[in-house]
Write a protein that binds this ligand. Structure first.
Ligand code: NPW
Ligand code: ADP
Ligand code: MG
Length: 310
């Protein structure tokens, strides 16, 4: 059976967040943590962290292997960095112990960009999946670890409607590793995501041109929403890392998994469109998308709906 796709025909976002009160302070917009990076991939977790700032998070920190801390800290002065034990390249087995102490303070955590695979990374991913009171976004090698460890064979990491959101952001290659659905068959990817969502209560962003958000809403399985923003200029290294930070930011601002994923995918594509207009399809990079995000972020708020007369 072909899944039903809810297509959005106009350009406004699928939902809005409230505009900032004049007396707002940074604590009102969520403290979020991005976990990832390894030697050679310091940029990935930095892109995610800066994207969270550009989407409105009040306080953003990156938890990274000690060996790349200085590099990550150098990308943006507003990002805090927490160095975790490493094996010279990536997280060591003991990194989870220091990471877990920081989790109670977080409104949401995003994990995976640049993390690389290994026992230290796998312990972190298992720990985050098991912490069902913490909203989490999993991407990149965090997803490949789930596939490698065969953690989908049972329902141990299922989240009920009373649990915090768990959002996965696989590209078609990662989704194929997770579910076996061919990376070249969008219908098969959506069906596989629908099945996983129904069974585990997670929200899944099936990335592509266009991206889809598959979620269980109001306890019912099988809602598929198709995004309308974005362009092939976004087929460039690091654009997915930016999305991880965007969705983490929106979870940290109190949105549900489904809402954070849909609004996140929409504003991510919108910033891609802005970057294409400012630069060019061929020449735009994830850094242009990141910069454009800061320009278009208010389009998510009720301020913009008043302006648009919606
Ligand atoms: N600056 C940094 O630090 C950066 C760090 N990064 C980090 O690098 C890590 C590796 O991430 P990755 O996505 O590059 O590699 P991987 O998981 O092997 O996937 C590629 C495989 O999937 C397949 N595939 C099929 N369809 C596809 C599709 N539509 N989109 C994409 N792939 C598709 C594809 O098939 P093929 O290209 O052969 O057709 C290939 O076999 C990750 O941690 C990430 O965060 C990057 O973000 C860049 C910037
Ligand atoms: N042709 C396209 N049209 C629209 N969006 C695209 C297109 N190609 C890639 N994207 C977007 O760019 C991002 C790429 O993610 P990903 O493959 O994980 O990149 P990376 O791991 O390099 O950061 C996704 O959000 C995807 O939807
Ligand atoms: Mg990616």
């Amino acid at each position: 059976m072909t899944p039903t796709i809810l297509t959005q025909s106009t350009n406004p976002p699928p939902l809005r967040i409230p505009r900032r009160d004049v007396s707002a302070h940074k604590g009102n917009f969520g403290r979020v943590l991005l976990v990832g990076g390894s030697r050679g991939m310091a940029g990935s977790v930095s892109l995610s962290s800066i994207a969270a700032l550009h989407t409105g998070s009040g306080l953003v920190a990156a938890a990274v292997p000690d060996c790349i801390l200085d590099c990550v800290a150098g990308f943006h002065p507003a990002i805090m960095t927490h160095g975790m034990s490493d094996d010279g390249q990536k997280f060591a087995d003991s990194a989870w112990e220091s990471l877990r102490e920081r989790l109670p303070a977080q409104a949401a955590v995003g994990c995976g960009p640049g993390i690389s695979r290994g026992p230290g990374s796998a312990t972190i991913v298992a720990g985050l999946l098991a912490k069902k009171d913490l909203p989490v976004v999993l991407d990149a090698d965090a997803l490949n670890i789930i596939a490698e460890q065969d953690w989908l064979r049972d329902d141990r990491f299922q989240r009920s409607s009373n649990d915090a959101a768990c959002v996965l952001t696989p590209h078609p290659g990662e989704l194929q590793r997770l579910t076996g659905a061919s990376a070249n068959d969008v219908d098969a990817q959506l069906k596989a995501a629908e099945k996983l969502t129904g069974r585990l209560g997670w929200t899944i962003v099936v990335k592509g041109g266009p991206s889809h958000v598959v979620s269980k809403r109001d306890g019912q399985p099988g809602s598929i929403w198709q995004n309308t923003t974005g362009n092939p200029g976004m087929a460039t290294a690091g654009c997915g890392d930016v999305l991880t930070g965007v969705v983490t930011s929106l979870l940290g601002q109190g949105l549900s998994g489904s809402d954070a994923a849909r609004l996140g995918v929409w504003i991510h594509g919108r910033s891609g469109d802005e970057a294409a207009a400012r630069v060019s399809l061929a020449g735009m990079t994830a850094v242009h998308v990141l910069d454009s995000l800061a320009i278009v972020a208010d389009e998510m708020t009720t301020d913009a709906s008043e302006r648009d007369g919606i």
